[in-house]
Write a protein that binds this ligand. Structure first.
Ligand code: IPM
Ligand code: MG
Length: 352
């Protein structure tokens, strides 16, 4: 198969982790007889520096023409510490999600047996965790009206959802539940927010079409607690944009490191694959960041293209690296030697 991948390394550690993912993809392609062509494009602070725009039109065209997009990370401290900046790298990511119609973000949370003791939570609590959070990605408070009043003494961000927006992401979650343990948890704040009440109504109505899926509802504050109290309770979680952002960073501690969580964003046409972590600027250029989340995102990319055996081969190689303790410093056991980003990538590639 000929595979055309748009490659968007982005900022901070982005280029380093993307390099390891393409190393693993190339090795997989060679083993299975595929040809991968990468087209690199700018996004984020890197794109602002070069063009003034965090998501240039050329990048959009390259993404639209690709079979899939592989994305690294976005963000730069020079913008974080300047709340008055007019253009921000994160706008690039949000525009890209919107322009590509990527309304559902799938974030799997699993515990790898060799890492049960790396989690700050008790091994007995995290062992066996295997759920996916489906986060709505192109609406809600991230995309509502925002601004300041003319005296600059009041600021606002508004959360809006249409029934159609809710329904389309719910359907992704229901269908996904049907392929798993058929248990869907809808997370909202329906005791306070009107948008959440619309989510709940829509979920109750949509549930009739998926009678084999058991649906339960949970307020987001309770969900934040249950995710660390009893993570094995969950199979598929579906929630709105900002709740999903927050809950999945929280959930990453279950697997031992934010550097393990991959994601797929799907919707209208082309799908995008990215680690859930940020650009980790303190580590940029040091060859110490964990490339596993990006490598696992590449596995999701292969599976999305129907290349299941190839995706499985990547996952098995990751399992082997973890079992052998070939991990970066975020996961190294006390007294054990931490490997560099490229050493981990080399090892995973060598196991394909
Ligand atoms: C994520 C990130 C982004 C988000 C930021 C970088 C805009 O935190 O993908 O989870 O909030 O969606
Ligand atoms: Mg986030």
């Amino acid at each position: 198969m000929d595979i055309n991948i748009a490659l968007l390394p982005g900022d901070g550690i982005g280029p380093e982790i993307i390099a390891e993912a393409t190393k693993v993809l190339d090795r997989t392609a060679a083993k299975f007889g595929h040809r991968i062509r990468y087209t690199e494009a700018l996004v984020g602070a890197a794109a602002i520096d070069a063009t003034g725009n965090p998501y240039p039109d050329t990048t959009h065209c390259i993404c639209r023409e690709a079979d899939a997009v592989l994305f690294g990370a976005i963000g730069d401290p020079k913008y974080d510490n300047n709340p008055k900046a007019k253009v921000r790298p994160e706008q690039g990511l949000l525009r890209m999600r919107k322009a590509l119609g990527l309304f559902a973000n799938l974030r799997p949370v699993t515990v790898y047996e060799p890492l049960v003791d790396r989690s700050p939570l008790k091994a007995d609590v995290v062992r066996g965790t295997d759920f996916i959070c489906v986060r709505e990605l192109t609406s809600g408070i991230y995309f509502g009206r925002q601004g300041r009043d003319r005296h600059d003494t009041r600021a606002y961000d508004t959360c809006t959802y249409t029934i159609d927006e809710i329904e389309q992401v719910l359907r992704v979650a229901f269908r996904l539940s049907g392929t798993r343990r058929r248990h869907l948890t809808v997370v909202d704040k329906a005791n306070v927010l009107e948008t959440s009440r619309m989510w709940r109504e829509t979920a109750q109505r949509t549930a009739c079409e998926y009678p084999d899926v058991t649906v339960d509802f949970m307020f987001v504050d309770n969900a934040a607690m249950q995710i660390v109290r009893q993570p094995t309770h969950f199979d598929v979680i579906v929630t709105e944009n900002m709740f999903g952002d927050i809950l999945t960073d929280e959930a990453s501690v279950i697997s031992g490191s934010l550097g393990m969580l991959s994601s797929a964003s799907v919707g209208a046409e082309v799908a995008l694959f990215e680690p859930i972590h940020g650009s980790y600027p303190q580590a940029a250029g040091k060859n110490i960041a964990n490339p596993m989340a990006t490598i696992l995102s590449a596995a999701m990319l292969l599976e999305h293209l129907g290349l299941d055996a190839e995706g499985r081969a990547v996952r098995r190689a990751v399992d082997r690296a973890l079992a052998e303790g070939v991990v970066t410093e975020d996961l190294a056991a006390p007294g054990e030697k931490a490997r560099s980003t490229s050493e981990v990538g080399d090892y995973v590639a060598s196991q394909i």
